[in-house]
Design a protein around this ligand. Sequence first.
Ligand code: ZN
Ligand code: ZN
Length: 146
Amino acid sequence: MADPQSRLDQMLAKLKTRDFRITPQRLAILKILASSDGHPSVERIYEQVKENFATTSLATIYKTVILLKQLNEVLELGFPDGSNRYDGNKPYPHPHIICIKCQRITDPDLGSMSQLAVEAAQKTGYQIVDHRLDFFGICPKCQGKE
Ligand SMILES: [Zn+2]
Ligand SMILES: [Zn+2]
C-alpha cells in the first residue's frame, strides 16, 4: 500500500493543474480515496464524508471521482451488479481479492503479476495495455462469523 499522505499530495498537485477548488468537503473525499481502505463505492464515500459535512451531495462525490479518473489518479473497478468501487491508493492495474460476504476488497501483494503480463504478451503477441485479475473468497473476518 502506498503512503496515503503522499498519494493525497500527488492528487492535490494534479488537481491544481485543473483549477479545481479544494473545499474542505473535497479534501475529505480525497483523503478517503488516498487510503482507499476496502475500496469504497461512491455511496460509501458519501456516507463517510456526510458524517463531518452534512450538506455534501452525492453529485459532489461523483464529480470529484470522475475528475480523478480522468486524471488517472483513481482506479475504477466495475462489477456486473452496477456497484463501482474505487482505489485511489494504487491508481494502476493490480490484482484484487473480494469477499463474497461483506464485499470488502483488498490488494493481495502478488510478486508474480508483472511476470504474468509478460507471459501473456509473449504467448499471444498482444501489446498489453491493461489487465484485471479478481479473486473471490471469504475474508478472515467473515470466516470467523460462521
Ligand atoms: Zn468479509
Ligand atoms: Zn486495489
